[in-house]
Design a protein around this ligand. Structure first.
Ligand SMILES: Nc1nc2c(ncn2[C@@H]2O[C@H](COP(=O)(O)OP(=O)(O)OP(=O)(O)O)[C@@H](O)[C@H]2O)c(=O)[nH]1
Length: 306
């Protein structure tokens, strides 16, 4: 049920609003001052506020200002009820963020129509915001793993690279590639291959810190930028991941035997490279060596192997 909070310092006005709007099917809460009104917004979480302007202590403009400044309730729809019909007053109400106004004395039909109109507009706005968020997510996320997609990874990683370069902070970059993935697809089927990618993405994400940048940059290829991490810190993280992955037992054969899934990783720390692309090439070279040396290993560009 839609809940409306009416704020007015005249009890008689509140009674009329409460009775009239309850008859229209709204759930009503009332407050006799601006302060009480703000408190009730917190407690009752109304869907809309009807706000009187002329009130002692805190007038309607001040209440509206408080609402709009709030992180939590900033978007709460507010309709002003005012006896002052001067254009300058009505303009001020809208300028300070009221969704609409009704002049006193008002007809209930007009008030209910305006309430419904404001609620509908608010609903549409929320729907649009959600759709925009979904679209933004689609543009940035890899649908399969929920990690950043290639474009978003490079966007964020480039930004982190520039910060680390100017602050002269350590940073590591890693490229990870699941071994013999074609064989996995060929043996167990493409959908099972997808499951492996999803499981690996989850494992990878859970191995990292919140501010590490992690993305799926190709079919079975993942990249990570670890701010403030030396290559040996990254090495330890990806070695732990490598052993965890094997223990996950993601693929089993009909005879009950386990087909281990393994990963090869190439890591590089901040060098005198001027661009992230230069570091990515070095990480890729380390990954190439890991593959060449038999896969299922982690190589830092200094030549440390497991
Ligand atoms: N299931 C699945 N397979 C994919 C996806 N994207 C790419 N692939 C497959 O991943 C395989 C990658 O194979 P390769 O690049 O030959 O590498 P690999 O078999 O992993 O061999 P190494 O990397 O040398 O260990 C190809 O067969 C692609 O078809 C995907 O989204 N889902």
């Amino acid at each position: 049920m839609t809940k409306i909070l009416a704020i007015d310092d005249t009890p008689y006005n509140l009674d009329i609003l409460k009775n009239g709007l309850e008859d229209e099917g709204f759930d009503m809460v009332t407050a006799q001052s601006g302060r009480e009104g703000l408190m009730l917004i917190d407690q009752e979480r109304p869907d809309l506020v009807l706000l009187d302007i002329g009130m002692p202590e805190m007038d309607g403009h001040q209440v509206l200002q408080q609402i709009r400044l709030s992180d939590e309730y900033g978007d709460l729809p507010v309709i002003i009820l005012t006896a002052n019909t001067e254009d300058s007053n009505l303009a001020r109400c809208l300028e300070s963020g009221a969704n609409d106004y009704v002049t006193k004395p008002f007809s209930f039909t007009a008030l209910v129509a305006r309430v419904n109109n404001v609620l509908r507009t608010q609903k549409d706005a929320i729907k649009l915001t959600r759709e925009a968020e979904k679209l933004r997510d689609l543009a940035y996320r890899d649908e399969m793993t929920g990690l950043l997609n290639r474009r978003a990874f490079f966007e964020r990683a480039n930004a982190e690279f520039e910060i680390a370069k100017s602050a002269r902070e350590p940073l590591s970059v890693a490229i990870l590639d699941i071994d013999h993935f074609k064989q996995i697809n060929d043996t167990y089927g493409h959908p099972k291959g997808d499951d492996v990618l999803r499981a690996f993405g989850k494992l990878l994400k859970s191995s990292l810190r919140l501010h590490d940048v992690v993305g799926r940059i190709g079919g079975e290829e993942f990249a990570v930028l670890l701010p403030n991490s030396k290559p040996m810190d990254a090495y330890n993280i990806f070695e732990r991941l490598r052993t965890r992955l094997i223990k996950e037992h993601l693929l089993s054969n009909e005879d009950g035997t386990i087909r281990p899934v393994t990963v090869s990783s190439g890591i590089v720390g901040m060098t005198d490279q001027k661009e992230l692309d230069g570091l990515m090439i070095l990480a890729d070279m380390a990954l190439y060596r890991a593959k060449n040396q038999g896969r299922n290993r982690t190589i830092v560009e200094t030549g440390v192997t497991s």
